[in-house]
Design a protein around this ligand. Structure first.
Ligand code: 6GU
Length: 224
């Protein structure tokens, strides 16, 4: 999979992408992540990328030209399955959407700033609009990191069998059951007997029942 990220702040991604799983996935060739500074595409002599909104009002708008040129340039080199605008008024990211995106070959993530981008970019270039929740961030960059992390860990070969995404919370719309490791008794705090019983079928049944109980109590919305 190839992910192209259009941003005003490419350096924001360096930390998240240079550690742990994303780093390993890049090194192993499961994903290629390319960062593009939108300012590099500005035709303005001061590399300006924003302008005042027509009709007035507070805040600046990200202008068409630099972003359109950046996307045209990328599209001239390959086809994209999704051209995604990261915005708080987009569709909320969930596991189903992450699963769907992980099936893509090439995607673009466009990170918004200021009051947002010129509507004509949304009308003519953007295929999907994604938010990571009902709160406002200063820009789409951290949200794009979240999308990349959620998607890349699903790519075949990225997780080991032990880490398998199949047993994640949400993969079956259930929260994960409680987990424990040694010692089985920590100053009197005991691990449930069933987990020490060695009875695989009963353990599986207990986990399912715990997952259901937790989901009913903490996230009843998932069961609807
Ligand atoms: Cl994608 N962008 C911004 N600026 N804020 C957000 C968001 C995105 N998702 C949730 N809040």
């Amino acid at each position: 999979m190839r992910i192209d990220i259009l941003t005003l702040f490419p350096a924001l991604f360096e930390g998240p992408f240079s550690e742990s799983m994303i780093k390993r996935a890049c090194e192993a060739g499961h994903v290629e992540i390319h960062l593009h500074d939108i300012r590099d595409y500005s035709k303005d002599k001061h590399r300006k990328v924003d302008d005042y909104p027509f009709g007035g009002g507070a805040g600046m708008v990200m202008a068409i030209q630099p972003i359109a040129d950046a996307i045209d340039h990328l599209k001239s080199e390959r086809d994209y399955d999704h051209i995604i605008y990261m915005t708080p008024d987009g569709k909320t990211l969930n596991q189903g959407l992450a699963n769907h995106l992980s099936l893509s070959g090439n995607i673009i993530l466009l990170c918004g700033h200021y009051k947002g981008i010129d509507q004509r970019l949304r009308d003519h270039y953007i295929t999907d609009e994604i938010s990571i929740g009902d709160y406002v961030l200063t820009g789409g960059e951290l949200a794009a990191c979240v999308v990349v992390d959620a998607v890349v860990r699903l790519l075949p070969g990225v997780l080991s069998d032990e880490e398998s995404a199949l047993t994640d919370s949400f993969q079956d719309n259930l929260l994960a059951p409680p987990i424990y490791t040694r010692p089985s008794d920590y100053n009197g705090w005991k691990v449930p007997d069933i987990l020490l019983s060695g009875h695989e079928a009963k353990i599986e049944e207990w986990r399912m029942q715990q997952a259901l109980e937790r989901t009913k109590r903490l996230r009843p919305d998932l069961l609807k």
